[in-house]
Ligand binder design. Structure first.
Ligand code: GDP
Ligand code: MG
Length: 305
């Protein structure tokens, strides 16, 4: 598998992606072996509200990158919200343009069942594609929740797509979005309200100052026509080149999560449930239970009943 992935074999990549999605133990060993071969790809996060044109922009970015001769990996993170039903189908149809092209690999990630590990699985998938030789990895996520904020931290540059007619939504988005956007994409610049949107955004940008001193550029696009897409890419690369993204922030969170995940694997569900019952019935105190578990972990034993 390692050899096949390093040589970019798509079927092996797809199989490994399934291991990652299922959080199977094979994924861990594989990624450990692949890790030294990663760090080459440019990873771009693309987020924004549903219908903003993220998939259209992603598709156009992929075309642009292919024309430059690079290989492109696309990770579509589709939340199981009611919005996504049509969007997934739409994405599939639109992306079919690339299906005959082995230089583009597209993977949809289901969010259901990830139990908060969505950003982790997305990060692992990005590492896999990086090792498989994809020179740019585009990650499309919807909205701005905790997952998107984390995924933005994994990317070398985060693009936030806004569109005219969002009204007060720009204000509402402020909290989450202002911190994560390295480049603002004002899409649907062919629609009325684009000037107002830019004014509102520039006003907000004037108030906010990032600790790293970066002033996020604002780029107008008509993604459906491919207009402005080259400039988006240029700005994203410019930010990535500044090296402002502190990779250690992502890895600190990720390492903590990995440790928690592996510790929890030592604990059987029934042992946990049994202990919880004993504590609830005040038969045992929780502190001594955890102390006992820690001792078992120290001596390499699983915690089961
Ligand atoms: N008028 C206009 N429509 C666009 C533009 N970009 C995308 N669209 C359309 O907006 C709709 C939603 O696009 P999509 O890429 O699926 O949005 P997503 O939900 O953010 O991924 C589609 O019908 C696109 O064709 C644009 O620049 N101008
Ligand atoms: Mg989409």
């Amino acid at each position: 598998m390692i050899e096949r992935i390093l040589s970019g074999e798509v079927r092996a990549v797809a199989r490994a992606a399934t291991w990652i999605e299922n959080r199977s133990p094979e994924a861990r060993n594989l990624l450990s072996a692949l890790f030294p071969h990663t760090g080459q790809a440019l990873v771009l996060g693309i987020t924004g509200p549903p219908g903003a044109g993220k998939s259209t922009l992603t598709d156009q970015l992929a075309r642009h990158l292919r024309a430059e001769g690079g290989k492109v990996g696309i990770i579509a993170v589709d939340p199981s919200s009611p919005y996504s039903g049509g969007a997934i189908l739409g994405d599939r149809i639109r992306m079919q343009a690339h299906h005959s092209d082995p230089g583009v690999y597209i993977r949809s990630m289901a969010t259901r069942g990830q139990l908060g590990g969505l950003a982790a699985a997305t990060g692992d998938l990005a590492l896999l594609l990086d090792a498989a030789g994809f020179s740019t990895i585009l990650i499309e996520t919807v909205g701005v929740g905790q997952d998107e904020v984390e995924i933005a931290g994994l990317a070398d540059a985060a693009l936030v797509v806004l569109v005219p007619g969002m009204g007060d939504d720009v204000q509402a988005l402020k909290a989450g979005i202002m911190e994560i956007a390295d480049v603002f994409v004002l899409n649907k610049a062919d629609q009325p309200g684009i000037d107002k949107l830019e004014q509102e955004l520039q006003f907000l940008l004037g108030l906010a100052h990032r600790p790293d001193g970066w002033v996020p550029p604002v780029v107008r696009t008509v993604a459906s026509q491919g207009e402005g897409v080259g400039e988006v890419l240029e700005r994203a690369r410019e930010f990535a080149r500044t090296g402002r993204r502190d990779r250690a922030v992502w890895w600190e969170r990720r390492l903590r999560e990995m440790l928690r995940e592996q510790l929890m694997e030592r604990l059987s569900a029934s042992a946990l449930a049994g202990a919880a019952q004993q504590v609830a019935a005040r038969q045992r105190d929780p502190y001594s239970i955890v102390a006992e578990w820690m001792e078992r972990i120290d001596s390499g034993k699983p915690i089961s009943d």
